[in-house]
Design a binder for this molecule. Structure first.
Ligand SMILES: [Zn+2]
Ligand SMILES: [Zn+2]
Ligand SMILES: [Zn+2]
Ligand SMILES: [Zn+2]
Ligand SMILES: [Zn+2]
Ligand SMILES: [Zn+2]
Length: 389
């Protein structure tokens, strides 16, 4: 078949030029205008007919039989070869654009570090994923700065010389670590900083280093913040937090109904919370994403919806769950009660449920507990009586 292959000569002379090209698709035609990131802005056009075509540009060291492997492991990164040709990304190693159409590139499945195939052997930063598993706790002081001198006037990551005046290289501060970085390790990426969120309820994104950005992105959904311990005062100042805490407590009270109800299990009701698994496990751990969503008003909405859906199953739709309601044993009147109803109190010892007005404080004797202790006593006396001949 006809085979045309035209490449603007400038392209081969720029640093962006690949040493070789790979096409593995059977038959396609593509036209790509290389955007004006390069001064010459060359236009590349391909018209390929027939089977897989590999074409070298004659660069030294190009091996026509060398296949780029799909997976490469470097410093604990697990790099997968990217299939996407059209996405324009920036290489985390050399800070230049990755031209997906003509360059092979890889993304780490652990930390999303991406780079050119040619830059892979030069990667010196270990995968942040391992840092997340070893260091699963945030640094919680706000921008803990100690000064350039304590860093020896060098980038905190690659040790390149830096200075505040920009000579030889600009020093950029990371708001998360408080340290200074060179411009290839700090791209002025913006991220919500956990210390500012939790101490100041401040969600304004701040400039962070590449490494911090990847770490924060990997950590954002992890429930590692025990608000009650880090900043208990927050509950006095942020109304939404009180609302969320109540909804979470209720959901934990509903959980026993669901895990013993076949219908609820089949309807996969608890899976409504699969993105926030910790909400099914406890009511005190928060992820940074939870806080971001609370501040934006999103979490309260979605959690109220789930709460309504859950309550509807237990109180209206499911006979089996309905049967597990309580009648207030103190007044023996009124509707069937559930522990998550708003006007109720729950005995901390036996989990029996009463009207709040009937069980108004801890001095109230729970009739169920009283009955249980009476039974225990008589059992004990029986066994004593049996033991004595
Ligand atoms: Zn690169
Ligand atoms: Zn990685
Ligand atoms: Zn650096
Ligand atoms: Zn049920
Ligand atoms: Zn009552
Ligand atoms: Zn009780």
């Amino acid at each position: 078949g006809p085979l045309q292959h035209e490449v603007s000569p400038q392209l081969t002379s720029t640093c962006l030029a690949p040493s070789w090209w790979t096409w593995s698709r059977g038959r396609w035609t593509a036209c790509a205008r290389v955007p004006s990131g390069t001064s010459s802005a060359p236009t590349t056009s391909f018209s390929v007919g027939g089977h897989a075509l590999r074409r070298g540009l004659g660069g030294p060291g190009w091996d026509p039989d060398e296949e780029e492997p799909n997976i490469r492991v470097v410093l604990e990164h697990r790099f997968y070869k990217e299939k996407s040709k059209s996405v324009k990304q920036t290489c985390d190693k050399c800070s230049t654009i990755i031209w997906g159409l003509i360059q092979t590139w890889y993304t780490c499945t652990g930390c999303y570090y991406r780079c050119h195939s040619k830059c892979l052997p030069l990667v010196t930063k270990p995968c942040v994923r391992s840092k997340v598993s070893h260091q699963a706790e945030y640094q919680l002081s706000i921008c803990p700065e100690s000064g350039l001198d304590s860093q020896d006037y060098r980038c905190a990551e690659c040790r390149a010389p830096i200075a505040l005046r920009g000579v030889p290289s600009e020093a950029r501060q990371c708001d998360y670590t408080g340290l200074y970085y060179c411009s290839s390790c700090h791209w002025n990426d913006l991220a919500v900083v956990p210390a500012r969120a939790i101490h100041n309820w401040d969600f304004e994104p701040r400039k962070v280093s590449r490494c911090s950005m990847r770490y924060l992105a990997l950590m954002v959904s992890r429930p590692v913040l025990k608000l009650r311990e880090i900043n208990p005062l927050l509950f006095n100042y942020v109304e939404e937090l009180v609302e969320i805490r109540k909804l979470r407590q209720d959901i934990l009270l509903m959980k026993p109904y669901f895990i013993t109800c076949k219908e609820a299990m089949e309807a996969r009701l608890l899976l409504q919370l699969q993105d926030r698994q910790h909400f099914v496990e406890n009511d005190e751990m928060y992820s940074l994403q939870d806080l971001i969503d609370i501040e934006a008003g999103r979490l309260s909405c979605s959690l109220t919806e789930i709460h309504t859906l859950f309550a509807k199953h237990i109180k209206l739709d499911c006979e089996r769950c309905q049967a597990k309601g309580f009648v207030c044993e103190l007044c023996k009147e009124g509707d069937v009660l559930f522990p998550f109803d708003s006007h109720t109190s729950v005995c901390t010892d036996c989990s029996a449920v009463f009207h709040r007005d009937c069980y108004y404080d801890n001095s109230t004797t729970c009739p169920k507990c009283a009955r249980l202790s009476l039974r225990k006593q008589s059992l004990f006396q029986d066994s004593v009586a049996e033991a004595e001949p």
